[in-house]
Design a protein around this ligand. Structure first.
Ligand code: PEP
Ligand code: MG
Length: 590
């Protein structure tokens, strides 16, 4: 696609976070390392070698720093991996070969180093020995660091966004999203992503309008161009005409009226017309969000995604730093419950700082993620558990494990929790000895064994974002198959019914904390199927509450029963939408 001139251009995508933004575009394009290749004069070779030496030294120092950090926080065993990285940098064969490459080709040193390291990678990849093959990752990692040092390139960052801009990007990582400053970012539009990518989840909490899956937007949009981003209808209008601006102005007025109708229920209880009080909880990523939890009158925090404390960290937060964050939330919201989810790194929440050492993987959502990382690193895990336990003395903390796949994981996590409690007793530090423990149900194997897990858990929370992707085998981030990511697939409705029914038989409260819970068209279905609470980004609570106050639970149960009899996701979707529309006619724009 050519860059748009001054003509109005409408580009469609998927509505991901509601709201309208009008402002100039900030193009945020993460490029692969831009590796220059050019001939250098023979007289400059000594200078090139000196530059190479300096970069080697700098990279060694950087790796040394990371190593020390990991040793301190994760232990010597974990830190040893960096010895392998240092060995690559000290490998005289690699260094010598790079210099020889320069002498024979006459190319600049970074191009030569890249060529030689690529040859190493290919040679190692061909070796049948698994241990040696694994060293390929070390060589790649070190080469990247060294090339960055040689080129003096800092990676682009969202913190450099100019004021009041609409960010247009290929994609936005969760750690990028965590550094978004609401006062700078008016809206987000990405080529990739989905409604459940973590950057979008953060945008929703911040009330930043967002649309995703907008193919070609970084090609068609110019930096600085004016645009309207429509997070309701999932479209962006570049260079809008006066007419379009006027039309949107009118639309905005209507939306504001609807918004004020919704906000009128903010302080009222979430009670159905037949008298059932529904728990509406908040999902948060950071301790600072407790203000939002209060403002939107949540009944507590149903999901505190603690991994955000780790995502942009220069070093791993220690026990005291974690305790401070967790207790600020617990104390600030007491006596309301705060469900603190233990670390869920991995998946799209890759560890970009490198401090927690989650390597890139071919299938990160099926890989070394969440509780799998914690159970293999007990010291690291117990640090978080102790911090959470200590926070339980300050408020109503409940601990929840993510990505649980089988009973033995919860048993092992429970064992570490008991050890953490004993360590606190030994130190004379207070905690709630009856702290409740729960598991996320987001893997089909957990859904199928809720009855067994109930022996080890006090409560459950259904993570529909992952449960949908694992049940339907649809990568939650893959734009190509986004249309197949169907929350109302009959398999989902059946699985949800099983989870809630089995949990209820054993008197285990079971809420939903995936994005489905905050979508008002699904709220009645979830409640009708038996969800005991719904947890969502705080700004979404009033709309769901509006529906709850305008429906009867008995009708929601009927809806669920009907949905269970249908064969097609679209039919179930239509049924849910009709239920919502009929009860919220006041909110229609028409
Ligand atoms: C989920 O999977 O639904 C969930 C709430 O967890 P996350 O989105 O953090 O994976
Ligand atoms: Mg999940």
């Amino acid at each position: 696609m050519d860059k748009a001139a001054q003509n109005e251009v409408v580009v469609k995508g998927i509505a991901a976070s509601q709201g309208i933004a009008y402002g100039q575009i900030f193009l945020y394009v993460q490029k692969d390392l831009d590796l220059p290749q050019f001939q250098i004069d023979a007289s400059r070779r000594v200078e090139e070698i000196a530059r190479f030496d300096r970069a080697l030294l700098e990279t060694r120092k950087e790796i040394g720093r990371v190593r020390a950090e990991v040793a301190r926080n994760l232990g010597e065993d974990e830190a040893r991996i960096f010895d392998a990285h240092l060995m690559v940098l000290e490998d005289q064969a690699l260094i010598g070969e790079t210099i020889r490459e320069m002498e024979t080709t006459g190319l600049n040193i970074e191009a030569c180093f890249h060529r030689v390291s690529q040859r190493y990678v290919q040679a190692f990849e061909a070796i049948p020995d698994e241990y040696l093959r694994e060293r390929v990752a070390d060589i790649r990692d070190v080469s990247k660091r060294l090339l960055h040092a040689l080129l003096g390139q800092a990676s682009a960052s969202l913190s450099s966004v100019l004021q009041n801009r609409i960010v247009a990007a290929n994609d936005i990582s969760p750690s990028d999203a965590a550094s978004i400053d609401r006062s700078n970012v008016l809206g987000i539009v990405t080529e990739g992503g989905s409604r459940t990518s973590h950057a979008v989840i953060v945008a929703r909490s911040l009330k930043v309008p967002a649309i995703v899956g907008v193919k070609g937007i970084t090609d068609v949009a110019c930096d600085g161009a004016w645009a309207i981003l429509d997070g309701y209808d999932g479209q962006i209008i570049l260079n809008p005409t006066e007419q379009t601006l006027f039309r949107y102005g009118k639309l905005q007025e209507k939306r504001r009226t609807v918004e004020s109708r919704i906000m009128a229920v903010n302080r009222l209880p979430a009670e159905t017309q037949d008298g059932v009080r529904v728990q509406l909880m908040a999902n948060i990523e950071k301790a600072e969000e407790i203000e939002l939890v209060r403002n939107y009158q949540a009944d507590g925090v149903g999901l505190y995604r603690t991994e955000y404390l780790f995502l942009n960290a220069e070093h791993l937060p220690d026990e005291d730093q974690q305790f401070e964050a967790y207790s600020a939330v617990a104390q600030g919201l007491a006596p309301l419950p705060v469900v603190l989810r233990t670390l869920d790194l991995g998946g799209d929440k890759a560890d970009q700082s490198g401090v927690a050492r989650v390597d890139s993987e071919a299938n990160p959502f099926l890989g070394f993620r969440a509780i799998r990382i914690c159970l293999e690193n007990p010291e690291f895990f117990k640090k978080q558990l102790r911090a959470a336990l200590r926070a339980s003395a300050a408020g109503n903390v409940q601990i929840m494990y993510p990505m649980v796949c089988s009973v033995d994981e919860v048993v092992l996590a429970g064992h570490f929790l008991e050890e953490a409690k004993q360590e606190l007793r030994d130190r004379g530090q207070a905690f709630d000895p009856k702290v409740k423990v729960g598991a996320m149900i987001e893997i089909p194997s957990a859904a199928a064994t809720v009855d067994l897990l109930a022996d080890e858990c006090d409560f459950f929370s259904v993570g529909t974002n992952d449960l949908i992707q694992y049940t339907l085998a649809i990568d939650r981030l893959n734009v190509r198959i986004n249309h197949l990511y169907q929350p109302t697939h009959p398999a989902m409705v059946r699985i949800l019914r099983t989870i809630f029914t089995e949990a209820a038989k054993r008197k285990r409260p079971t809420g939903v904390c995936g994005e489905m819970a905050g979508d008002p068209s699904y709220a009645a279905l979830l409640l009708g199927l038996g969800a005991t609470s719904l947890s969502m980004a705080p700004p979404l609570i009033p709309t769901v509450k509006y529906l709850v106050r305008n429906m009867k639970m008995i009708d929601a149960r009927k809806l669920a029963k009907e949905a269970l009899e249908l064969r097609d996701a679209k039919e179930i979707q239509a049924l849910c939408e009709e239920f919502y529309r009929e009860r919220t006619k006041d909110l229609s724009l028409g």
